[in-house]
Design a protein around this ligand. Structure first.
Ligand SMILES: NC(=O)c1ccc[n+]([C@@H]2O[C@H](COP(=O)([O-])OP(=O)(O)OC[C@H]3O[C@@H](n4cnc5c(N)ncnc54)[C@H](OP(=O)(O)O)[C@@H]3O)[C@@H](O)[C@H]2O)c1
Length: 383
């Protein structure tokens, strides 16, 4: 099935219809209607990495019962109180046979063949399939204000399973599997950058911890550039609400429609610390020249330009990258916590660790030494 504008509109229609249902909502395919106050049974395929635990906690806080299905490798100590089924979703789904749930939340699907296996197996025994896709599903970010019906990424050979290289187009194919098998019962989420506590890729922690560390700090590009992220707490609240309200359709999961500027982001983080930090703004041309990589050296940040030189590590024409529309999700109940809460929760989590941030080796974010080099070179350039 091809995802079309018509489907998007149908999805929105279902939001309205669900709201009109009032206190009743559809139950599991095996169980008919479920009263609004009844706890729901929610299965996670995954659940123990970064965003999964936020969703599990939210489910439990709402009184729902949770089953986790995963290989038992990632954070197996988490959630001793919930039911755990162990297996590899790629060929090892047997523990799910003969069981039923009101909803499944699939946070670990990257390859359509594998998503098809779980979606087919659960089809008669689960009412709603929530698939966590990505904003990378879009073909490009040329447009400002991308809505859910924007052009999606494609792949010539749909049997390719290299999710590292073809992450976006494979997510699109996974979405289509779920939409095909669960017509009217598929909720597809396309998050942009997820920034919050519990991020095992230390992407989220770089900016808050760098500001907290203090001193002279490299601030990238121009202060007025937009920057957009979604807090995993907000994502989790939306997902569980969508299940409770039986919300159908596809939703961008991104920050507010008028995004923060990079300056607001950095000063907002500074406001929740006592650090004496001084921002030195370094233009993107100079960062490019110094081979400072957007996303890796400077996570989340992505300059909204469309004139990158050939070979630059930035995607050309990416003005819309941090300006995706979250309007549909907001209409369906997405609420945003303030940046202060996001920043403080990240800093508090990091400070509770035994290793100081400044000495931690990082996959993402400039080391303090490299940052000092770039700042010194920038000063030298200015004479
Ligand atoms: N981070 C971002 O900024 C961002 C942005 C957009 C979209 N996303 C999407 O968000 C999702 C990331 O979520 P997360 O990793 O934080 O989810 P999570 O549910 O918290 O963690 C991943 C879970 O998947 C399980 N898992 C991995 N491989 C498995 C397998 N073969 N069989 C069974 N279980 C398996 C892991 O447990 P075991 O290892 O024990 O099996 C773990 O419980 C992804 O779908 C990603 O594409 C992320």
């Amino acid at each position: 099935m091809t995802w079309t504008r018509r489907d998007a509109i149908k999805g929105l229609g279902a939001v309205g219809a669900a709201a009109a249902l009032g206190p009743m909502r559809a139950g599991a395919a095996d169980g008919g209607q479920v009263a609004a106050q009844a706890p729901l049974r929610i299965l996670f395929i995954g659940g123990t990495g970064f965003i999964g635990p936020h969703m599990v906690r939210r489910s439990l806080a709402r009184g729902h019962s949770v089953t986790l299905f995963n290989r038992g490798r990632t954070n197996p100590h988490l959630f001793p109180e919930v039911e755990k089924l162990q297996g590899d979703r790629d060929g090892g789904l047997d523990p799910l046979r003969g069981r039923s749930w009101d909803a499944v939340i699939d946070t670990s699907g990257y390859v359509p063949r594998v998503v098809r296996d779980s979606a087919e197996l659960l089809r008669e025994n689960v009412h709603r399939y929530v698939f966590v896709s990505s904003a990378d599903a879009y073909a490009d970010f040329v447009k400002v204000g991308i809505t859910e019906d924007y052009t999606l990424d494609t792949i010539d050979d749909p049997t390719i399973e290299d999710a590292g290289r073809y992450y976006g187009p494979l997510k699109v194919l996974c979405e289509r599997v779920v939409q095909e098998l669960y017509p009217g019962r598929a909720t597809v989420l396309r998050p942009g950058w997820i920034v919050g506590a519990g991020d095992y890729n230390p992407i989220s922690s770089y900016w808050p911890m760098r500001v907290h560390h203090g001193g002279e700090m490299l601030a990238p590009g121009r202060p007025e550039y937009p920057i957009q992220y979604i807090d995993p707490h907000d994502l989790a609240r939306f997902v569980i609400k969508a299940i409770e309200d039986d919300v159908n359709g596809t939703f961008n999961m991104v920050g507010p429609g008028s995004p923060l500027t990079v300056a607001e982001f950095l000063y907002g983080i500074r406001a929740v610390t006592t650090s004496a930090v001084r921002f030195t703004w370094v233009p993107d041309d100079f960062l490019l020249e110094m081979n400072v990589g957007a996303q890796t050296d400077l996570p989340i940040w992505f300059p909204p330009r469309d004139d990158y030189p050939t070979g630059a590590p930035f995607e050309p024409g990416a003005k819309g990258f941090h300006q995706i529309s979250g309007a549909r999700a907001v209409a369906a109940g997405l609420e945003y916590r303030p940046l202060a809460d996001t920043a403080r929760s990240i800093i508090d989590e990091y400070l509770s660790r035994s290793t100081p941030w400044a000495t931690t080796r990082r996959r993402f974010g400039l080391s303090l030494e490299r940052e000092a080099e770039v700042l010194a070179a920038w000063r030298a350039r200015q004479g």
